[in-house]
Design a protein around this ligand. Structure first.
Ligand SMILES: [Zn+2]
Ligand SMILES: [Zn+2]
Length: 181
């Protein structure tokens, strides 16, 4: 794993201090908040475009390719919405016995917190059971076997009810024919 975002952050800090500027003062110069400068210096370049980073680099006399590298090597993570029944997650029947949801996986910067576009819940970047990183296309965590999105609907109950309904419908349908029997 490259440390390009961290290296870039350290360089920004060093150059800014060379200029004798506070994070706030430098932020003003590049139209960013003090908090944002603080994040950049800590190696978090999420939420900033490559162009914006290059802007910062050139303002401080830093080689622009370092800004490009920082953006390219910023760590990415997979994330999913943990809400059962959220439309982003697909209902998924496991061996006719269990209902789960196969979550849609989204990718974002490791340092970012993102919310589900449908239900607004914070996206999960870990299996709730064991903390392993999620795997694309799976309903269950390959490490611990727990479903990423748990579902408390009892599928056996549904099968039972449907079968009952079928029997009752057939009885009603043949009622006349069997009345006299
Ligand atoms: Zn959701
Ligand atoms: Zn797990």
């Amino acid at each position: 794993m490259s440390n390009a975002p961290k290296d870039f952050g350290l360089l920004v800090r060093a150059k800014r201090e060379e200029c004798g500027e506070s994070q706030r003062a430098f932020g003003k110069r590049v139209s960013l908040s003090q908090a944002m400068i603080c994040r950049i210096e800590a190696g978090d370049v999420s939420g900033l475009s490559k162009e914006r980073l290059i802007d910062i680099a050139t303002t401080l006399g830093i080689d622009r390719t370092l800004a490009e590298k920082a953006k390219t090597h910023s760590a990415r993570v997979l994330a999913y919405c943990g809400t059962a029944g959220c439309p982003v997650n697909l209902p998924y029947i496991l061996r006719f016995r269990e209902l789960a949801f196969r979550p849609q996986m989204f990718e974002h910067d490791a340092s970012e917190v993102q919310r589900c576009g449908f239900c607004g819940e914070k996206l999960q970047t870990q299996c709730a059971g064991c903390g392993a990183a999620p795997v694309r296309g799976k309903a269950r965590c390959p490490t611990c076997g727990q479903a990423y999105v748990q579902c408390d609907v009892d599928i056996q109950e549904i099968y039972k009810k449907d079968f009952q309904f079928l029997i009752e419908s057939l009885r009603a349908h043949y009622k006349d024919a069997t009345e006299g029997l």
